[in-house]
Design a protein around this ligand. Structure first.
Ligand SMILES: Nc1ncnc2c1ncn2[C@@H]1O[C@H](COP(=O)(O)OP(=O)(O)OP(=O)(O)O)[C@@H](O)[C@H]1O
Length: 503
């Protein structure tokens, strides 16, 4: 059937559905799903809602084979990796019509298990009255494909249904005060680590912040010591966010003199300066629709800072030598290892730009505050380096791991990476030993700790990390470590650890 005819034939039942949408929120959701399922002849219809923070996605209701299918509210929300197709649809903000699902590599753990494999799937983004993404409508079939022509009427239907749902909730909130039983889900979904290594509490906080900015365009300012992964975080925000199909462009603001940086960023017109033989687009244009990562923003010259502020406020750029501005849609992520507020006090950084950039700061912890992440990072870098060097995987001796854990690591992640690469080059066999690791700031033979000292170092680190994880609470820490509280206190005293010893 041609698309336009099909759309017309869909219009009548959609209008009937809109007129009929009424009742309690749950009932309303079921009506909506039943209509969508009937109209598309799909046995499965699911409604996903974004939580109040617009970061977590939760299955709110489902309809299967002509009846509501219970949603297990007791289970943790599925994590980002189980929801990749859904997240793709969200981040691209467009519908997804997949055919031959049964033979494809797409993972669909969000579909209920049935005797027959799911064959096709239509996933539609739904919007609220302000045109903000609010959820997804998903339909699936065991046989045959779903007509593309259904996408438009169904997404209108879904969005209007969501609008009614939200109105109903507002009315109920007004009448009864806040009622949790009908509130949109507000728990934070577990997001994984966005391709970054580390599970320490400090890094978990970073992942939580990253997840907050994936689906909205706020400017992000990433702080942290040199080599702690600022660019990696900027890439993660781009790669997992709604601009991932567009360009990610990185520019180091300390790498170029002022004029060159200006022409790099804003572009120029022919004749703008000697040597400008033709028009050239700048990085803002190259990143249009995507992300521009401005590294070492603290080193940007003051005159350029004023121009950047204009872009952030007006969304427009004016190339060098041009009299006209044009609009660009670029998400700015800036990073610095400096304390920008101190730069502001010293008159080296514009205060207005500082506040404009710092809407959403993410501070990366130095390596020395990441506890057992160091071990995880070291294993990861070793395995990566072996692949790069095309040699068989190396094994870590216990003493090398203990030696690594004993180090207070004044350095950063980049240094750790270099150190592991060097250790692998020094290691002739396939067993990494302490002598292969030349830790920064340690004398040549410092690694020759006795076994007891090595064990104590590991134990000390575990105690400190446990205490930090539980906010210094000794009872909880003892429980987590499987120790009687008295033993914990004894070991703390023996190893010179207090409730707030820094790592
Ligand atoms: N959590 C992490 N997981 C895996 N690799 C990491 C992590 N953090 C940093 N790295 C690695 O460490 C190196 C330095 O990271 P990156 O360049 O992102 O740091 P940076 O803070 O931007 O550095 P600079 O301050 O010099 O600009 C890179 O090779 C990166 O891949």
């Amino acid at each position: 059937m041609p698309d336009s005819t099909h759309q017309l034939s869909c219009a009548a039942p959609v209008l009937a559905c809109l007129a009929a949408l009424a009742g309690e929120p749950q009932q309303l959701q079921h009506q909506l799903l039943a209509f969508a399922s009937n109209l598309s002849q799909c046995p499965l219809a699911q409604l996903y809602l974004l939580d109040k923070t617009h970061t977590g996605l939760h299955l709110s209701s489902q309809w299967f084979d002509g009846a509501p299918l219970q949603v297990d509210t007791g289970v943790e929300p599925t994590n980002w990796f189980d929801q990749q197709l859904l997240q793709y649809c969200l981040s691209q903000n467009r519908s997804l019509n997949l055919r031959a699902l049964d033979n494809s590599l797409y993972a669909t753990p969000f579909l209920p298990e049935t005797a027959h494999p799911w064959r096709s799937l239509l996933c539609l983004p739904l919007h609220d009255a302000n045109q903000q993404l609010a959820g997804l409508l998903l339909l699936a079939r065991h046989q045959g494909d779903i007509a593309d022509a259904l996408s438009e009427p169904l997404s209108h239907l879904g969005s209007i249904g969501l609008g009614r749902l939200s109105l109903l909730q507002q009315q109920r909130d007004l009448q009864h005060g806040h009622d949790d039983s009908i509130a949109l889900p507000s728990t934070q979904a577990e997001y994984g680590s966005f391709g970054l290594i580390g599970q320490s509490p400090a890094m978990q906080q970073v992942y939580r912040l990253i997840s907050k900015v994936l689906h909205n365009p706020v400017t992000v300012l990433i702080g942290g010591e040199t080599g702690t992964g600022k660019e990696l975080v900027a890439r993660a925000i781009h790669d997992y966010g709604f601009r991932r199909s567009q360009a990610f462009i990185a520019q180091n603001c300390s790498a170029l003199p002022e004029q060159l940086l200006e022409s790099e960023l804003f572009g120029y017109r022919k004749g703008a300066f000697t040597g400008a033989m033709q028009d050239r687009a700048g990085l803002f244009d190259a990143a249009d629709g995507g992300t521009l990562f401005l590294d070492e923003i603290g080193d940007m010259p003051l005159a350029l800072q004023a121009k950047l502020l204009r872009v952030l406020q007006e969304g427009e750029i004016r190339p060098l030598g041009s009299t006209r501005s044009h609009r660009v849609d670029v998400r700015i992520i800036a990073a610095t290892h400096q304390r920008l507020h101190e730069q502001v006090q010293r008159g080296l950084f514009r205060e207005d730009l500082y506040y404009r950039l710092g809407h959403f700061p993410i501070e990366l912890p130095p390596l020395r505050e990441r506890g057992s992440d160091i071990r995880q990072l070291a294993l990861h870098f070793a395995s990566d380096t072996c692949t790069f060097l095309q040699r068989s995987p190396c094994h870590w001796s216990d003493s090398a791991l203990a030696y690594l854990a004993s180090h207070r690591f004044p350095g950063n992640v980049r240094e750790l990476k270099g150190l592991i690469a060097r250790a692998l080059l020094l290691c002739d066999g396939n067993l990494l030993l302490p002598e292969h690791l030349q830790l920064p700031g340690t004398p040549e033979h410092a690694h020759r700790l006795g076994l007891r000292e090595q064990l104590e170092v590991v134990e000390r680190n575990l105690l400190i990390e446990g205490l930090q994880l539980h906010g210094g609470n000794q009872t909880l820490t003892a429980q987590a470590l499987g120790l009687p509280r008295r033993t914990l206190l004894y070991r703390m005293q023996r190893l010179g650890v207090t409730a707030d010893t820094p790592k």
